[in-house]
Design a protein around this ligand. Structure first.
Ligand code: UT7
Length: 331
């Protein structure tokens, strides 16, 4: 191991222009703006325009390029690209390889990472470890999902929740070993896979769901089950991160949480006693964008000057798998 630290040299994000409001959804299924706002905190979400070629690939490319511009770096200075997603257009090649080619990253290593909504936090943890190991010097990470390409818009229990977005960051080696990730958790329990999954063929469909209306290639979710899991997990993961690092709530500038459902975030906030201004919320504008959400929040916070150099932040996420993760940073 080297003794270097890790610096976040730049961040970027991207969302499609097309808006899908709650009222738009109410034209498609039996739902209402009032129900969606009350149960999820969402007013609208963004969705890609597939006919014009938009998708996970294009959103991820835009966010990565913006992060490079912010870092004032060229793509060929990256030596690795990690694209966290569940909605890549193809499984082979990885979208990360195509992103690298598109932005001009030369022969930088590239792979997609599948950890559902935990994607960005898994990626930032991994990138920090790879840089500290001395194997890599500059890593581009992207959390991006075009969830609208995986939804059955006839299924109101799932379709109202998700939107499309990308968040990216450029991480580089830094002389200060105390800079970067101070503590990280990446865990999973595959026994819970049936709570959130995308069946590709009949045989993938969970046993209990036989006979239900199932659209292959579309996300299936046990909303209540995931909700219960998430409420407990968010609180536990944040408390563990504070305990392990010896940091108090006052020492943390922002708790950057996966935007799953505003009620899940509010519940953790109340139980731990986190002040409103330290828990960023943008789910009202973008919905739950899976791997896109944490990076999108982080980029908006940096742009608004709410996270500045030297601040400590905690990234937290949970998602399909089931997976959960945290990352405490000195940025
Ligand atoms: O990123 C990680 C992935 N996922 C999550 O974090 C999801 C976690 N879960 C949730 O966010 C919530 O469970 C949902 C937003 C998905 C659903 O909210 P809920 O409060 O758990 O609703 P529910 O499923 O308990 O349904 C309550 C009622 C039911 O009607 P009855 O049985 O009480 O008559 C549903 O049929 O609301 C009905 N309902 C709806 N009504 C209007 C369910 N979906 C809708 C809808 N519009 N879209």
């Amino acid at each position: 191991m080297t003794t270097c630290g890790v610096r976040i040299a730049g961040t970027g994000s991207a969302v499609p222009d097309r808006r899908l409001t709650n009222d738009d959804l109410a034209q498609m299924v039996d739902t209402s703006d009032e129900w969606i706002r009350k149960r999820t905190g969402i007013s609208e979400r963004r969705v890609v325009d597939r006919e014009s070629g938009e998708g996970q690939f294009t959103l991820a490319c835009t966010a990565m390029q913006r992060a490079l511009d912010d870092a004032q770096m060229r793509a060929d200075e990256l030596d690795l690209i990690i694209n966290a997603t569940v909605s890549a257009e193809m499984t082979c090649p990885s979208n990360a390889c195509r992103i690298g080619a598109h932005i001009g990253a030369g022969t930088a290593g590239a792979f997609d990472l599948v950890a559902a909504c935990c994607g960005y936090v898994y990626a930032i943890n991994l990138a920090d470890s790879l840089i500290r190991s001395g194997r890599h010097r500059a890593v581009g990470i992207i959390g991006c999902d075009a969830m609208s390409t995986l939804l059955d818009y006839d299924d109101r229990s799932v379709s109202i929740l998700f939107g499309d977005a990308a968040g990216a960051a450029v991480l580089v080696a830094d002389d200060d070993p105390d800079r970067g990730c101070l503590h990280q958790v990446m865990e999973a329990d595959g026994n819970g896979w049936e709570s959130l999954y995308i069946p590709r063929k009949e045989a993938d469909v969970a046993e209990g769901a036989v006979g239900e209306h199932i659209k292959l290639g579309c996300l299936r979710m046990d909303g209540k089950g995931v909700y219960r899991f998430a409420v407990g997990k968010f609180q536990k993961v944040i408390e563990e991160a504070l305990q392990h690092t010896g940091l108090a709530v006052d020492d943390i500038a922002q708790f950057i949480c996966h935007q799953s459902n505003v009620r899940i975030i509010e519940s953790a906030k109340e139980k731990i006693g986190l002040p409103d201004e330290k828990v960023y919320i943008n789910i009202d504008r973008y919905g739950n964008s899976s791997a896109g959400s944490v990076g999108l929040c982080f980029d908006e916070l940096r742009r608004a000057g709410k996270v500045v150099e030297g601040d400590r932040v905690i990234f937290v996420a949970f998602g399909g798998g089931m997976t959960w993760s945290s990352s405490v940073w000195k940025v």
